[in-house]
Ligand binder design. Structure first.
Ligand code: RB5
Length: 145
């Protein structure tokens, strides 16, 4: 299950991504916000991040105006690795190397065509494990220092 959420600055791109998910047979849960309903980006980032940590969802897509606010906020939730992605290569690496559970996009930065390629690349990538897992473990160990 994929968790998706945005603030009011990302709601148009969220709807574009939801359509892509539907058309490609992905199961997802929309945590909001909806058109014309203001939402502070830390609130939606925390909600989506907690859906990952609880196990309700295995991957997440967060959108705000830039992608920056939601990524900073989501990474404050213990256990979360959220990657701010603006290109296809980074989206792949976010999963293959960093095992990011969440990607973050900016509606005011990335157009819908590229955004869908980013989402597609991320969802089709797998974590490579091995030396990359060791490094991911070191990231997570920082939380406990
Ligand atoms: C909301 O206006 C805007 O600040 C937000 O969407 C995002 O860009 C924050 O990082």
């Amino acid at each position: 299950m994929i968790a998706i959420g945005s603030d009011h600055g990302g709601v148009v791109l969220k709807d574009v991504i939801k359509e892509y998910l539907e058309q490609n047979g992905y199961e997802f849960k929309d945590f909001g916000t909806q058109k014309d309903v203001p939402m502070d980006y830390p609130d939606i980032a925390e909600t989506v991040a907690k859906a990952i940590v609880s196990g309700e969802c295995s991957k997440g897509i967060l959108i705000c105006g830039t992608g920056i606010g939601v990524s900073i906020a989501a990474n404050k939730v213990k256990g979360i690795r959220a990657a701010h992605t603006t290109d296809v290569f980074s989206a792949k690496m976010a999963k293959q190397h960093n095992d990011a559970q969440i990607i973050c996009l900016g509606e005011r930065i990335t157009g819908p065509g590229l955004a869908l390629e980013i989402v597609d690349a991320y969802l089709k990538s797998e974590h490579l494990g091995g030396r990359h897992q060791r490094r991911v473990d070191k990231i997570m160990a920082i939380e406990n220092k």
